[in-house]
Design a protein around this ligand. Structure first.
Ligand SMILES: Cc1ncc(C[n+]2csc(CCOP(=O)(O)OP(=O)(O)O)c2C)c(N)n1
Length: 405
């Protein structure tokens, strides 16, 4: 991608020229922060209790373990692809725990913490990444929509859903997660405007993790995201996305505003994607080690560990029990993934409409022929057709979907 050229001297020019990886914001903008990277609390807000802090930490640890395990399984060929949440645990855990269980959530594709907190099991999360399901959980039961991979496509859905909630007369708050890159989509901007003009009870939660795959935020936009949101008429917040306590508090404030009828709100959580974009990406090709190291020092988990330690808010019993819980989660993830059956092609076409159309039937037949032709060419190490799950996964990966007929 070539560098854009700008007229010199303007504020937008200076913003657009911030070095890659720096949070794009006005120099005057300071993200809200309660817990610094050194583990020191700014003031001592009464609501920061040992129990809440341990609870938030527990969800972050479980999320990180799920992430590490799934990434390893992808490297073993058991998952086609995996999008890591590494580094974004505080932004996700802090926000989703500030919602009520009945508040409907629209995730994009790396909100694994939101799933865990909402009671979705690790195997239900991994079903989609394995390719055996379009969504492994019941969205209505969990008040959690399916992952959306098409950038920003779920934001008009969230806005429409919120307008339904508004008409139902309940006080639910609909929350949509998305990234800095998705905020540039037309869908996102239409959703912001529509939500604002209709006063829809929706919270747009943007995790600005600094990159849209390889494109840094400084090349994606000339105006900070939360300023843009304010321009649409959304109540706008900026928060340190690696500070789970600040995210929790800011989200509670945004939700209070929405629930009390104040209209939609927007949170920009400044964070960093510590891993690759997905397991298919190599971030060393577009970002410096020094930058990653600087963010490593702001790790969302270690600052909470320092706080828990300094305050004496955890003990050996808590740590041992949590280690065991993480270990059990890892075992569950491995056995669930290896226990998934073969990928079935049928579901892909059968879940588009309630009733199959003639066009879908012919597309399904054509697709089945295509995949069958590919299977004819594929051989296992023993020279025979692929009979292992790994062989089927290779095939599924090649086509992006299933191998059954
Ligand atoms: C409409 C659309 N265009 C392009 C893509 C390809 N794509 C997948 S992820 C991604 C970058 C997304 O960046 P961001 O919104 O910041 O979210 P992040 O992955 O960093 O969490 C792109 C361009 C897509 N999925 N959908």
């Amino acid at each position: 991608m070539t560098q854009p050229t700008h007229a010199s001297g303007s504020t937008s020019h200076q913003l657009a020229r911030e070095p890659s990886g720096a949070p794009l914001r006005d120099p005057g903008d300071r993200p809200a922060q309660i817990l610094g990277p050194d583990g020191v609390l700014a003031g001592a807000p009464g609501w920061v209790t040992p129990g809440l802090t341990r609870d938030l930490y527990r969800w972050m640890r479980l999320t990180r373990r799920l992430d590490a395990e799934a990434f390893a399984l992808q490297r073993h060929g058991e998952l086609g692809i995996w999008a890591q949440s590494l580094g974004q645990e505080a932004a996700q855990v802090g926000s989703v725990t500030a919602l009520r269980p009945a508040d409907y959530v629209f995730p994009s594709y790396r909100e694994h913490a939101a799933c865990l907190v909402r009671g979705v099991s690790p195997s239900q999360i991994l079903a989609q990444w394995r390719g055996v399901s379009g969504c492994g959980w019941d969205p209505a039961a969990r008040h959690l929509h399916a992952y959306t991979v098409v950038l920003g496509a779920h934001l008009p859905h969230a806005t429409g859903y919120a307008m339904g909630v508004q008409r139902d007369g309940t006080d639910e708050v609909v929350t949509a997660y998305f990234g800095d890159g998705a905020s540039s989509q037309g869908d996102a901007n239409e959703a912001f405007n529509w939500a604002a003009t209709c006063s829809a009870p929706v919270l747009f939660f943007c995790q600005n993790n600094q990159y849209a795959i390889s494109t840094p935020a400084s090349l994606q936009m000339r105006t900070p995201i939360h300023h843009r949101a304010a321009g649409f008429g959304l109540r706008s917040f900026l928060v340190d996305g690696n500070d789970v306590l600040a995210v929790h508090e800011v989200t509670r404030e945004a939700v209070r505003h929405i629930r009390s009828g104040g209209g939609p709100a927007f949170v920009e959580a400044v964070t960093y994607r510590m891993g690759a974009h997905t397991s298919s990406d190599d971030p060393t090709r577009y970002r410096d080690q020094a930058e990653s190291d600087a963010w490593q020092a702001k790790d969302p988990l270690s600052r909470v560990e320092k706080l828990l330690e300094a305050q004496g808010w955890w003990d050996q019993g808590f740590r041992t029990a949590l280690d065991a819980e993480c270990e059990a989660l890892a075992v569950e993830v491995r056995s669930a993934v290896r226990g998934f059956g073969p990928v079935e092609l049928d579901g892909l076409f059968d879940q588009v409409y309630a009733r199959r159309t003639a066009l879908l039937s012919s597309e399904k037949a054509a697709y089945a022929d295509l995949v069958a032709g590919f299977l004819d060419e594929e051989v296992d190490d023993d020279g025979g057709p692929p009979d292992s799950l790994a062989g089927q996964a290779r095939t599924a990966r090649a086509f992006g979907v299933g191998v059954g007929r």
